[in-house]
Design a binder for this molecule. Structure first.
Ligand SMILES: [Zn+2]
Ligand SMILES: [Zn+2]
Ligand SMILES: [Zn+2]
Ligand SMILES: [Zn+2]
Ligand SMILES: [Zn+2]
Ligand SMILES: [Zn+2]
Ligand SMILES: [Zn+2]
Length: 220
């Protein structure tokens, strides 16, 4: 029996996700969506769905029957919003706490792995990718020290607060959420006139726009 994930087109993935709506995905697509993108609706039929992660060798013909039969022995993972069948538990654990990508040593925690990679292999994970890229740690890249600066140029740094953001969309979202837009500039089609806080905006008003000293005007 062959299976192709309808989302990423992976051919016969080793681990699969069976959902209560009847649609099946590869485990990575389902878990990425359910945990990293916080979406528990099925990406195919848009129905709210429960999900079981299992090895592809396990046959889940009927979701409800399987669920009621194995509910007691499957672990429900609150972060992944899924039942984890015992055949997939080691794999699921490795998504967030992978073995060393260079020498396959397994550490109890991801922090220990990061230290090991830096010390022994002279490589690092990108902090911004770890934080924002919708990938599990198992699929995140490590960069030789010398290549990290070049990689970092693919991200955006906020010119107001220096925070690193993933890309252009993320930085625009950050400007909108964290900083204050000058509506006067926006009305004159000046793009990206964002200011750190209210005081900076008032200062900008004084410098760039007419601030009327008549109190009647200031009420408007
Ligand atoms: Zn997939
Ligand atoms: Zn569905
Ligand atoms: Zn290693
Ligand atoms: Zn990065
Ligand atoms: Zn900022
Ligand atoms: Zn302005
Ligand atoms: Zn005035």
């Amino acid at each position: 029996m062959s299976f192709i994930c309808p989302v990423c087109a992976t051919d016969n993935p080793k681990f699969m996700a069976s959902q209560s709506c009847g649609h099946e995905l590869c485990a990575v697509c389902a878990l990425t969506q359910r945990s990293l993108q916080r979406q528990t609706k099925c990406s195919i039929c848009k129905e709210e769905a429960r999900c079981i992660i299992h090895a592809s060798s396990v046959n889940v013909d009927n979701f409800r029957t399987f669920e009621s039969k194995f509910k007691g022995v499957m672990r429900y993972d609150n972060v992944l919003k899924s039942y984890i069948h015992s055949t997939a538990s080691i794999y699921v654990e490795s998504l967030q706490n992978p073995p060393c990508p260079e020498c396959t040593i397994q550490y109890p925690t991801f922090d220990e792995l990061k230290q090991h990679i830096e010390k022994i292999h002279k490589k690092v994970y990108c902090f911004t990718c770890l934080k924002y890229k919708p990938l599990f740690k198992l699929h995140q890249k490590v960069y030789p020290f010398s290549q990290l600066p070049e990689h970092l140029t693919t991200h955006e740094r906020c010119r107001l607060c220096s925070q690193m953001l993933y890309d252009k969309d993320a930085i625009n979202e950050h400007y909108r959420a964290v900083h204050i837009k000058c509506e006067l500039c926006a009305n004159m089609s000046v793009k990206d006139s964002y200011w750190t806080d209210q005081n900076a905006l008032i200062e900008h008003y004084r410098e760039a726009h007419h601030v009327c000293s008549f109190s009647v005007c200031q009420l408007n």
